[in-house]
Design a binder for this molecule. Sequence first.
Ligand code: ADP
Ligand code: ASP
Ligand code: MG
Length: 451
Amino acid sequence: MIVMKFGGSSVESIEAIERVAGIVAAHAHRHPVVVVSAMGKTTNRLLAIADEAVAGRRDAAIAQLRELEAFHLLEGGSLDGAVDAHFAELTELVKGLAILGELTPRSIDAISAFGERLSSLIVVHAFQRLGIDAIHQDSRDYILTDERHTHAAPLYPETYARLRSGLMPLAAKQVVVMGGFIGSTLRGITSTLGRGGSDFSAAIIGAGIDAEEIQIWTDVDGMLTCDPRLLQGVHRIKQLSFSEAAELAYFGAKVLHPSTVLPAVEKNIPVLILNSRRPHVDGTRIVAQPVPCANPVKAIACKQNITSVHIRSTRMLMAHGFLRRIFEVFDQNQTPVDMVTTSEISVSLTIDNTQHLERITEELRSFSDVAVEPDQALICLVGDSVATTSGIAGRIFQSLNGTNIRMISQGASLLNLSFVVAGKDLVSAVRALHQELFASLDPNIFERASQ
Ligand code: ADP
Ligand code: ASP
Ligand code: MG
């Protein structure tokens, strides 16, 4: 058995879904369980509709919902009234939100789950029409989660038990199609695994049915040496270790959701990243063993729009408890910290979520001087041997000659070296690094870009 996950752009239209059907048919002998994302940008659109509704713009929300319905009917058809019935339910939900004027995480999940509920139905019908012996299963009957709506965590023993007893026998006989991203709590309330979570669903299902492979089909040729939206001429990485892939995902390589590798690692199931528009390309194979490579850095990941907070307190010289006090402030304001650099009396750190920044700075100012720098970017170089290759830091910083580097961190993880630059310097810095690090390529690991 294998799991084949297709992302939003791979199922964005009926033509795209027909392409997917061709790919699935070619793998039919391997007993695929197909996991699909919402069609195109549906999740974003559903969330925007919910925002309109609670902001009191009920009519605008309903009008946008009608557009989304027309899109699904055009691409998928009515499916004997199933699509219409889903939109009728969704309309009631949106009207309810407009009356309440409040959006709770639980209602966000109720709304955003419709994307995958609809796409999975549309995909299974297309498969059946095209002659694939396919059956639909509701992911909410299998993926059980805790109650942290909008970023729920799977309850593994319960989920694996259901997948094993319920899904495995079905998948042995037919192609099963399921929505990614969604699950339900033990009380039966719809939950979601967080944005981009369909990759995670695929990995959970793969681990639950002891799949021999988890395939993530997307809109790029695999894991590339850098985000192609940032830089042209980036190269395909043929093989990566689980830990390298996880590190890249944590630090912003959106092609893989950061949690995806956890269930795969646990069951030692290889993960493949493949392009649904170019299925003949081999993609990227992610495996447990480190992969020997002549290039110490395999890829560059970036996070944009981050904020640096610089905290300094001369009063804390020789005193203890400074770091504890700082982190308590971030903790009490539910704000995760990404990167930290410290000296005796100062600490610099970066955050992604600035929702509570004003309160944080106010509280920090009660015992230190605080400076905030918005519009920063985090650059992270990843490779199994980054920490053990001598001279690598010299090469990196030499190539960045002229770029002001604000914070540097190496060591916390042996496979990355990260630093912060001003947002405006990001593209030039990444271009310079890419040129330096990938001028020569180990042909066993990389496929050079064709241009
Ligand atoms: P899907 O809808 O299939 O889940 P995503 O949009 O979530 O697809 O992820 C694919 C995108 O990830 C690519 O289009 C690319 O812009 C982005 N990306 C970021 N970093 C990388 C990288 N290192 N390699 C490949 N893609 C990357
Ligand atoms: N549809 C969800 C999202 O857009 C999940 C996914 O596509 O992975 O975040
Ligand atoms: Mg994705």
